[in-house]
Write a protein that binds this ligand. Structure first.
Ligand code: 13P
Length: 286
């Protein structure tokens, strides 16, 4: 099935009430683990390029590898820019071949967020690319390893979500309803009442950022009440690190690098499969 847009991959998720997992890749090993996990499960997956990766690398070469792997996949794969933090960054992602972009203007005043998002939607749609945006603000930067508290002041207001979508025409909306990026301080709890109020006025797919560390019961409740895409990164990154550490310890540090790659590959794959099961991801109907 290969490369598809976010619109296409989430097409049945609202009606059928499930979520598709979105996992950030760091290198070829992560890409292969994420895509092959989806292939073995026969389920769609969203492969994300994190913005910190973006800023550090010359991507044109790497893009071709990612695109090639997505196109060769036996299941639908969406190649998505995660947290694009500027207009330029989003345009580069469209130019590079992403089938979907996120513009994260969640720290901007709402009218500024609308203005940039609206222009990007116009350009992206003309290129056959989907757009995700965020309203309200999911706290703590992506990749943060210090545990953070949820700040309710930045939760999404349903009236803002409704207004934002009407003004911009985005394809999916990230909402702040109780998660943070990275590790949680305290017990994470999704505000289901708020999610219900958002779902009542928003008909497009809703996105939950900061998935790692959320208990299974909270995921299931969030998805039952309207979440259709779950972003998940720290959990696979830490699973890879733990697998490398364990392999080194088991062999007193005398290990070929390829064995560390294999251990981390298997660890990432395992977590991706587990999360897909929790998200209730279903194959797309033809
Ligand atoms: P976690 O690292 O908390 O899973 O969050 C990932 C994320 O939301 C990426 O956009």
């Amino acid at each position: 099935m290969g490369l598809v847009t976010l619109n296409e991959i989430l097409r049945e998720s609202v009606e059928k009430n499930y979520a598709v997992g979105a996992f950030d890749t760091l290198d070829d090993n992560f890409t292969e683990a994420i895509v092959s996990a989806a292939e073995e499960e026969g389920k769609p997956v969203i492969l994300m390029i994190p913005n910190f990766f973006w800023e550090k690398n010359e991507l044109s070469f790497y893009f071709n590898k990612l695109l090639d792997r997505c196109r060769r996949a036996s299941v639908p794969v969406c190649l998505h820019l995660d947290h694009g933090n500027s207009f330029e960054c989003c345009i580069k992602a469209i130019h590079g071949g992403c089938s979907s972009i996120m513009f994260d203007g969640s720290s901007l005043p709402i009218e500024e967020n609308i203005a940039v998002t609206k222009e990007l939607v116009m350009i992206a749609h003309a290129c056959g690319v989907s757009v995700e945006a965020e309203i309200g603000h999911v706290g703590s930067p992506e990749g943060e390893l210090q545990a953070s508290e949820v700040d309710k002041r930045f939760y999404t207001r349903p009236e803002d979500a409704e207004y934002f979508i009407a003004q911009t025409g985005v394809d999916a909306l990230a909402v702040a309803v109780g998660t943070v990026h990275g590790l949680f301080k305290g017990t994470p709890k999704i505000d289901i009442g708020l999610l219900d109020r958002i779902r009542r006025v928003v008909k497009i797919p809703l996105v939950l950022h900061g998935g790692s560390g959320l208990p299974e019961s909270e995921f299931r409740a969030a998805i039952e009440h309207g979440i259709n895409k779950v972003n998940f990164f720290t959990g696979i990154s830490l699973a890879a690190t733990a697998a490398i550490k364990e392999t080194l310890e088991q062999n007193n540090g005398l290990v070929h690098y390829i064995e560390l790659l294999e251990a981390s590959h298997q660890a990432v794959k395992k977590v991706v499969k587990e999360q897909m099961c929790i998200f209730g991801t279903q194959p797309l109907a033809d």
